[in-house]
Design a protein around this ligand. Structure first.
Ligand SMILES: Cc1cc2nc3c(=O)[nH]c(=O)nc-3n(C[C@H](O)[C@H](O)[C@H](O)COP(=O)(O)O)c2cc1C
Length: 473
């Protein structure tokens, strides 16, 4: 029987659960999970920042096809880092027919993140993806599997077709993924294909088929996945509406309270008895970052808990230090506030936002940002009148969105999460030397709770402090 971890450190994009955090957690025998979101951009930017510490170089050195790794190094590495007021290189946005270069970058970036998280110990490491960000899935998963990832976790959508991809990639066989295209008609070609052998330079032994954990917000969705997935589902993370990151909206029509936050009701409660009946291990997430909550989860039949917020603010997380310190201070003083924003994300999901000066959680800072869409991970694919596939983002320029058939009302309050999340981890884009992208921090509702992980007389805490507290109280 597989022995599963009791604590899963939640995947936190982009780059918050970096290789460093996942390694620290896995070293201690729990499941460290790297975020697989936007790793291509993150690797390219780390290299343009001069690869401090030489970690990317070390990861690239271990890639099985040196010529590919070398091409990436030569394209992006800037010795000593780019000047501060210079922009990062712009990469093409992901589209159904991605260039070979972008596909290579995805494979390699996912490989590097996982291989670094696996350094120095023999314990499993996982990777987290958002189903919504569909186009990079295939090369990303293949790259992570080349590095020996042991768990793939996926939420923010219904990942029915991922288990089969894992089966095929274990034998280096081609896999496909059908892109969701708004307005697609029968006969449209919406299938993305990745052929490992068109990419590898020599034959490789079979790869480990990672365990697949689907992140769900209801027992009904868990059942659907079990019945309809195209391969083995190994377990579930059951995530409630207090969790950080994107949240599933309440069932039925969206209703807001006076503070403009969604109202969840009885229908949103997960039936744990039904979860147990499914017979697969499950972990509870969303406000479970405390010893008594772990005990409660185990008593309810869960295999353990998935915890995000507590790890997001520890020393090893990728969140930049000034944001980390400022939010820790607010948590200590009791001023931490988190808003479940129904509009911020250009996707149909809600997004939790920690209120913090200097980020686009402030109205003036949000309004002052030029609406530019140059990363495009959250773009919606749609069918044009001519039958082609094009892409639009509700957080991009309003005129462009409307010219692409989007409804102007849908652009109100939308925030460019792509640029903000890269700014959160210290890689903000600089625009014409004048405007620097600002961050937007997400956190679970229990942001104040992070203060309890601080050891006496210390202003930072480590992943080990979180794990000790969860296990020992
Ligand atoms: C900063 C942050 C980023 C997150 N990003 C992701 C993500 O990219 N994908 C995902 O599945 N969950 C994401 N989450 C959710 C966590 O993986 C985890 O399930 C959740 O935080 C658990 O609830 P807690 O925050 O109350 O501990 C994120 C959470 C945080 C705090």
């Amino acid at each position: 029987m597989t022995k599963h971890p009791v604590i899963i450190q939640g995947g936190m994009g982009a780059g918050i659960s970096s290789w460093r955090l996942a390694r620290a957690v896995s070293e201690l025998g729990q499941l460290g999970v790297v975020s697989g979101t936007a790793l291509d951009q993150i690797l390219a930017r780390r290299l343009q920042d001069g690869d401090p510490g030489g970690h990317m170089h070390r990861g690239l050195d271990r890639f099985p096809f040196p010529s590919v790794a070398e091409r990436i190094w030569k394209t992006y590495y800037i010795p000593g880092g780019k000047p501060e007021n210079q922009s990062y290189m712009s990469l093409p946005k992901h589209s159904k027919d991605n260039s070979r270069e972008l596909i290579e970058l995805c494979v390699v970036a996912n490989f590097v993140e996982v291989i670094l998280a696996r350094e120095g110990h023999d314990n499993p490491v996982g990777i987290n993806y958002l189903e919504k960000i569909q186009i990079p899935h295939l090369p990303s998963i293949y790259g992570a599997m080349l590095a020996g990832v042991e768990y793939v976790l996926m939420g923010a959508g219904i990942p029915l077709k991922i288990p089969g991809v894992l089966d095929r990639f274990a034998n280096h066989e081609p896999a496909t993924y059908v892109l969701q295209v708004t307005g697609a008609q029968e006969g449209d070609d919406t299938t993305i294909t990745f052929v490992p052998r068109g990419f590898t330079e020599r034959d490789l032994p079979s790869l480990f088929r990672p365990k697949f954990l689907a992140i769900v917000s209801s027992n009904t969705l868990a059942l659907t996945l079990l019945k309809k997935a195209n391969g083995r589902v190994d377990g579930f993370v059951v995530e409630g509406p207090t969790a950080g990151g994107h949240n599933a909206p309440p069932r039925g029509k969206l209703q807001l309270n006076e503070a403009n936050e969604p109202i969840y009701g009885e229908r949103d409660r997960v039936d744990l008895e039904k979860m147990r009946e499914l017979g697969l291990p499950f972990w509870l997430a969303g406000g479970y970052g405390a010893a008594e909550m772990l005990r409660k989860a185990l008593a309810a039949g869960a295999a353990g808990v998935q915890v995000g917020t507590a790890f997001a603010f520890c020393a090893e997380s990728g969140l930049r230090d000034d944001y980390k310190q400022a939010l820790l201070k607010k948590a200590i003083s009791g001023e931490a506030k988190v808003f479940t924003d129904p509009l911020a994300s250009p996707t149909s999901f809600l997004f939790k936002v920690a209120q913090l000066e200097g980020t686009i959680s402030e109205r003036e800072a949000y309004l002052a940002r030029p609406r530019i869409c140059d990363l495009g991970f959250l773009r919606e694919a749609y069918r044009t009148a001519a039958g082609a596939i094009d892409y639009r983002c509700a957080a991009g320029p309003v005129t462009v969105y409307v010219s692409k058939g989007g409804n102007a009302e849908k652009t109100v309050g939308r925030k460019c999460l792509c640029n903000a999340l890269l700014a959160n981890i210290g890689h903000p884009q600089m625009r014409s030397g004048k405007y620097v992208e600002k961050g937007l921090v997400t956190s679970g509702d229990d942001l104040s709770g992070i203060r309890c992980f601080l050891p006496p007389n210390r202003s930072v805490y480590n992943a080990a402090d979180v794990i000790a507290k969860l296990l020992n109280g």
